[in-house]
Ligand binder design. Structure first.
Ligand SMILES: Nc1nc2c(c(=O)[nH]1)N[C@H]1C(S)=C(S)[C@@H](COP(=O)(O)OP(=O)(O)OC[C@H]3O[C@@H](n4cnc5c(N)ncnc54)[C@H](O)[C@@H]3O)O[C@H]1N2
Ligand code: MOO
Length: 418
């Protein structure tokens, strides 16, 4: 008798996985190696930014009061007593009627309290004249206007992107404490599988899930060990899964999780004494996604069907991996968009449709990326997002507002309500 599996809701499945996430240790890395890592310490402003009052323009530093009364034909004259390039310091304060020629980014000289842009001056032999008056503080980038010393600017648990690197560099974080990255094991199961370079043979297909999952990991900056492809051989598969569990922090397998005679993953989990968290989720594609836990290691048994495999990774493995690294916003960002075409097929399960979003006059429009079966590979290639269609008995019409999960960004959200 085939086992009848009881589906659980996606949110419940995600919660079960996240409850079993084992946080990794931290390490200190040179700044340049931290892109894509998760901060294990907050970024605290070690000093004000800018660290000194500076000029936002190329022009002249003046005392604002010396310009009082300038207007139209009433001009005020200034004598230029020197030049301050960025990185240089004026050799003396300015006095009444004086100015320094100053460059963008240069320290404002003592006694000066305004900057006049070059374009606002009429230059003459020993200086320039002004046709308008300036307020004290005008055109000055104030010390600390961007960040104040002691402020917590970015919390621990944030994924480091190029902007974060700029901020860390600003404060002299030559070394940064970040979470260690997990090593993921990747194994594709199925006697039908051929290598990418192989010629097709009757009944066989090329392994697309292996390379896809490895790329999904790479996109997250995660290193992996590939255990290649395995035929559906229970003993050999059990052995390789056991070995992989010793060598890696989590294991992602593809295929062999359904109820067919050669779907061995459930048997392997049982043999190894792994606790199955769920083996049926109320979602399409990917209803057969199975996740088990053994000790502190998660085993993601993703479906062999490519669209199901892809979706299973993004919904379950992605947040778990980010969370292992202490990331506080591990879930794919969710936005709302307008459905770009009718989607007539209703489903008792939540449906995750590979789609492509674009900006139009109607706002953000998300359009299904074509052939929509769980076995589809063409639509995963075309999609840049996933439309979430709630379960129900009705189809969906073009123009309806739908939830969309964004792919391909290290940005995330703290929680999902799916
Ligand atoms: N009697 C039932 N049959 C099936 C059920 C069910 O509930 N009862 N569920 C169906 C659903 S839904 C899915 S999804 C699939 C899932 O099957 P598995 O995850 O066990 O995967 P396989 O059977 O190994 O393969 C499914 C499909 O995908 C192809 N495949 C496998 N590996 C790869 C790979 N690395 N690269 C590309 N394609 C791959 C494989 O050849 C099959 O065509 O089960 C349904 N059946
Ligand atoms: O599990 Mo299957 O991917 O629902 O279609």
């Amino acid at each position: 008798m085939v086992e009848i599996r009881k589906p659980i809701q996606v949110a419940e499945a995600v919660e079960r996985v996240m409850k079993h996430v084992h946080k990794l240790q931290t390490e200190v890395l040179p700044l340049e190696d931290t892109y894509g890592r998760v901060l294990a310490e907050p970024i605290v402003a070690k000093h004000d930014v800018p660290p000194f009052d500076r000029s936002p323009y190329d022009g002249f530093a003046i005392r604002a009061e010396d310009s009082t009364g300038a207007s139209g034909d009433i001009r005020k004259a200034f004598r230029v007593i020197g030049e301050i390039g960025a990185g240089h310091v004026a050799d003396r304060p300015i006095e009444s009627g004086e100015s320094f020629r100053i460059m963008t980014g240069a320290l404002i000289p003592e006694q000066a309290d305004a900057v006049v842009m070059l374009e606002q001056t009429v230059e003459n032999d020993d200086g320039f004249t002004l046709r308008k008056s300036f307020e004290a503080g005008e055109n000055i980038s104030r010390q600390g206007e961007d960040a104040k010393q002691g402020e917590v600017l970015i919390e621990a648990g944030t994924v480091i992107h190029p902007g974060t690197i700029a901020l860390l560099a600003t404060f002299g974080y030559a070394e940064v404490r970040v979470a260690k990255r997990p090593i993921a094991g990747v194994l594709s199961t199925g006697t039908e599988l051929l290598d990418v370079a192989d010629e097709l043979e009757p009944g066989k297909i090329r392994n697309s899930n292996g390379p896809m999952i490895r790329a999904q990991l790479k996109r997250m900056g995660i290193t992996y060990t590939s255990y290649g492809m395995m035929e559906d051989d229970l003993d050999a598969c059990t052995e390789i899964v056991e070995k992989a569990l010793q060598e890696t922090d989590l294991l992602i397998t593809t295929g062999g999780v359904s109820v067919g005679d050669y779907d061995y993953l459930p048997v392997i989990y049982e043999r190894l004494g792994a606790e199955v968290l769920f083996n049926k989720v109320a979602m399409r594609p990917g209803s057969v996604t199975t996740v088990a836990v053994l000790g502190d290691k998660l085993l993601f048994g993703l479906s062999g069907n490519p669209s199901a495999c892809f979706t299973g990774f993004e919904l379950f493995a992605r947040p778990a991996i980010y969370s292992m690294m202490g990331c506080s916003a591990p879930y794919m960002p969710r936005i709302q968009a307008v459905l770009g075409e009718d989607f007539k097929k209703a489903n008792p399960f939540t449906r995750f449709v590979r789609a492509s979003w674009s900006m139009t006059n109607e706002g953000i429009v998300a359009t299904p990326a074509g052939f929509n079966k769980s076995s589809a590979v063409s639509s995963i290639a075309r999609g840049n997002c996933i439309i979430v269609l709630p379960s129900g008995t009705r189809g969906f019409e073009k123009g309806m507002v739908v939830d969309v999960l964004l792919l391909g960004t290290e940005q995330g959200v703290e929680r999902w309500e799916l």
